[in-house]
Design a protein around this ligand. Structure first.
Ligand code: RIB
Ligand code: CA
Length: 312
């Protein structure tokens, strides 16, 4: 059954690979639109990067919308130190020629959910949750209409990647994350606990390069670029492909294992703001609100990713 999805994103090399995977899998996901949010780099760059990726996938008719340019209640924190100044550093990229849609991303999300049958739309946030939270605040009626929210964000055993306690997407806009985690929408969370097990090792990167296609070459160069941050910090064997885990879940959910548990967002911690307080051991008595993933079949994940990117 093809899922109708909206990808909310802050490209970012790993967002770009997630978008390519989605656009390469029309039998599994129908991308109704891509909504850009400020995150890895400011909004003018994330919306431009989203259009670059759609053109790279050979899908210039994909509708791309610009959304919120700053978190709900805090100053924007970006991650050029990881993704480079453009957000898609690595290869040289031409400016996009496909248009940006005039409608605001939040209005697109609300309108799309209201105009489709109940429980037929899945939101796939890959960046800070500002757009999604704003849509839920402005139109609470869309919460019961959504099929699911499948997002990349948070961490428990893996703890933080931007502060000792917080993962970047949640840290940038914790108030937005709190709104999403409390909205009562079925939630699937891909935390660092899982994405740090989806590392692009050298053979995987070579596999992308060996495709002999422009998308394959781009994926190889993007992962070569953004793995340096994780290698330096974690000594890991490659770049963690965070965001593609969200799309892979839609296509092959059996690649992932997790627990349906309570997850709260810390908003007032001196050192822990933006932390996803995941009750993995179910000690809090608080009601479960998220399927929080803990493990991935990494080889199966890369097999799927390679097979699909090769289609483009
Ligand atoms: O912490 C990893 C997340 O932050 C990924 O979505 C990456 O693209 C950045 O947005
Ligand atoms: Ca992202």
């Amino acid at each position: 059954m093809t899922r109708k999805i909206i990808i909310d994103t802050d490209p970012g090399q790993d967002d770009a690979v997630a978008i390519l995977l989605a656009l390469a899998s029309p039998e599994d996901v129908e991308v109704l639109g891509i909504t850009a949010v400020a995150g890895n780099v400011p909004l003018p760059l994330t919306e431009k990067n989203a259009r670059i990726v759609c053109e790279l996938a050979g899908k210039p008719d994909t509708r791309v919308f610009a959304g919120c340019d700053a978190p709900l209640a805090r100053k924007l924190v970006t991650a050029e130190h990881v993704h480079g100044k453009t957000g898609l550093d690595g290869p040289q990229l031409a400016d996009p020629t496909m248009p940006l849609q005039p409608q605001h991303a939040v209005d697109f999300i609300i309108e799309t959910v209201r105009s489709h049958p109940e429980k037929t739309i899945t939101l796939c946030p890959l960046g800070p949750l500002t757009n999604v939270a704003t849509a839920l605040q402005r139109a609470p009626d869309i919460a019961p209409r959504l099929q699911e929210i499948v997002l990349m964000g948070g961490a428990y055993f893996e703890v933080g990647n931007i502060t000792p306690a917080a993962e970047f997407n949640i840290f940038v806009d914790p108030e937005a994350a709190d709104i999403v985690f409390r909205a009562g929408v079925p939630l699937v969370v891909m935390p660092l606990d899982v994405t740090h097990k989806a590392l692009t090792t050298a053979p995987h990167v070579q596999g992308f390069r060996d495709m002999g296609t422009e998308p394959g070459r781009m994926v190889a160069e993007w992962t070569d670029f953004f793995e340096r941050f994780d290698k330096e910090k974690y000594g890991s064997a490659g770049a963690p492909l965070h965001d593609p885990c969200v799309i892979a879940y839609l296509i092959r959910p059996e690649l992932f294992q997790g627990r349906h548990i309570n997850v709260e967002i810390e908003l007032t911690g001196t050192y822990t703001t933006g932390m996803t307080v995941a009750d993995w051991w179910r000690v809090s008595g608080r009601a479960p609100n998220a399927m929080f993933m803990g493990d991935i079949d990494a080889e199966g994940f890369f097999g799927l990713l390679t097979e699909r990117i090769a289609r483009l």
